[in-house]
Design a protein around this ligand. Structure first.
Ligand SMILES: Nc1ncnc2c1ncn2[C@@H]1O[C@H](COP(=O)(O)OP(=O)(O)OP(=O)(O)O)[C@@H](O)[C@H]1O
Ligand SMILES: [Mg+2]
Length: 455
């Protein structure tokens, strides 16, 4: 049977070139000039193709965003990203989102053929494997966290101990410390494991959108509400809802959420009929909610309900013994994915990493390792591959700093992201793993200007 390869690129010349080549090699080809058209065909069509070649930079919709959506629709479709010059960070991002590999334009024909061949072969192997394993449960199991420090171990143990209760848990920690990972560990070790585990990011959406996402809406509740829609609270019935960045919830949504916690009752937008739900709540925040309560930004009654148990995740800089272990873990994962032999890490790199301040915590470490692995192309990881600001000479003064408060750490982290991106706020928000809206608020809150220094 001929394999069908999908191509999505907004450059007509590239589409013609690729389809001609691939047809010559006896593949079937289907081209898309825009990601939206590709996504639509995936929704309409049950068997879209065996492999997708996806351009990383397109005018209509960024290839990374397209990849994110494609992976939701067709998680098993292998995707080869095509990148231009200077898009190594995007390639890293794409690999982390599940792209199979990437090609840098312009690429020789043989390289394309080899990669396509390899990718299809791997897909076939996976399918055979999954037939063998079809007896195994389909449910998603989270990876267990990697650590050797007792500070992380104690919190993790506590999370496992309380997993099976129905208590609401507040997971507190700086950005990238593993809050979401802990939340999913709790859900998947609880008796609700077979039920849904859903996440809602309270900072990502406008208040009106967030409300209809959480509570659902009736038909005609507002312009554009052409049909009734269940909210995530209802979708999560019987399971767990993870409220990420709960500190960003507006006062009116705080009040609505409190009702759900108190009475297990919710009111969809536009409806007058309350509905009963049975949901276990986990919440996360990277700010001090106590402080938010003290300032009057967060209701104390909701705080007490959501904070039956607190799990404070330690920052990576306070558990240096985990840095090497995590670095090797991410390196092995990335090398496997890129099919490189496992590269060595030079000792100077290890000590630079142990001394670094890690404002973005484990997520930042994962990004640094992904970047180094891609750039090293299988050779040992050397200091020159580290991003500029984690060179040892610059980390000395940081490591001598007195312990940071959560707020201070956040201020420094926001500032460093802004410095690193030369105050490009969209990129800084991306680096911090937060929304533009939240970043703007932080800039105001900490009175940051391009002249502010971290000292
Ligand atoms: N102990 C760990 N072992 C392995 N991977 C980890 C560990 N901690 C975090 N990670 C990984 O680091 C990344 C960031 O973790 P996670 O998303 O859970 O952090 P977070 O605290 O929710 O961050 P944010 O505040 O930015 O949302 C994820 O890819 C996660 O899998
Ligand atoms: Mg998170």
């Amino acid at each position: 049977m001929e394999e069908k390869i999908l191509i999505c690129d907004d450059e007509e010349g590239m589409r013609l070139y690729l389809s001609k080549l691939l047809r010559n090699w006896n593949y079937q080809v289907e081209c898309f000039s825009e990601p939206e058209k590709l996504l639509q065909s995936m929704v309409d069509n049950d068997n879209p193709g065996s492999l997708l070649l996806l351009d990383i930079k397109m005018a209509q919709l960024d290839g990374i965003e397209a990849l994110r959506r494609i992976k939701q629709l067709q998680p098993s479709l292998p995707v080869l990203m095509m990148t231009g010059h200077g898009t190594i960070e995007s390639a890293v991002e794409a690999m982390k989102l599940g792209a199979y590999d990437y090609l840098t334009k312009p690429f020789p024909q043989e390289k394309l053929l080899a990669m396509v061949h390899h990718c299809l072969e791997a897909k076939q192997l996976r399918e055979e494997n999954s037939i063998l394993k079809n007896e195994l449960s389909q449910r998603r199991v989270t990876e267990a966290p990697i650590f050797q420090s007792s500070s992380f171990g104690d919190v993790y143990q506590m999370a496992l101990d309380v997993a099976d209760s129905d208590a609401a848990i507040l997971i507190q920690g700086e950005s990238g410390t593993g809050k979401e990972l802990i939340a999913s560990s709790i859900h998947y070790t609880s008796s609700r494991a077979e039920q849904p585990f859903l996440t809602i990011n309270c900072a990502a959406l406008s208040e009106a959108l967030l409300e209809s996402q959480m509570f659902g809406h009736t038909k005609g509740a507002f312009t554009g509400a052409v049909q009734a829609q269940k909210g995530l609270l209802e979708e999560a019935d019987g399971g767990t809802l993870f409220l990420d960045e709960i500190g960003e919830l507006s006062p009116s949504l705080q009040a609505k959420l409190l009702r759900v916690l108190q009475f297990g009752e919710l009111l969809p937008v536009g409806s007058t009929k309350p509905r009963q739900v049975d949901v276990r709540f986990l919440a996360a925040t990277n700010k001090s909610l106590e402080q938010e309560v003290a300032c009057g930004n967060f209701r104390d009654d909701l705080f007490y309900r959501i904070n039956v148990i607190t799990l404070p995740l330690p920052a990576l800089r306070d558990r240096k013994e985990d840095v090497g272990l995590l670095a090797r873990h991410f390196l092995a994962k990335m090398a496997l994915k890129l099919r490189y032999p496992l590269p060595d890490i030079e000792p100077a790199v290890m000590s630079a990493m142990e001394n670094y301040h890690w404002p973005g915590n484990v997520r930042e470490l994962e990004n640094v390792i992904a970047r180094c692995t891609i750039l090293s192309r299988g050779k040992p990881i050397s200091v020159d591959l580290l991003p500029f600001d984690i060179e040892p000479s610059r980390t000395v003064s940081k490591s001598n700093n007195a312990p940071f408060s959560l707020r201070e750490a956040e201020r420094v982290q926001v500032l460093r992201a802004l410095e690193q991106t030369e105050w490009n706020k969209s990129r800084a928000a991306q680096l911090l793993g937060t929304s533009r809206k939240t970043l703007d608020r932080k800039i105001k809150e900490y009175h940051l200007t391009p002249d502010t220094t971290t000292e």
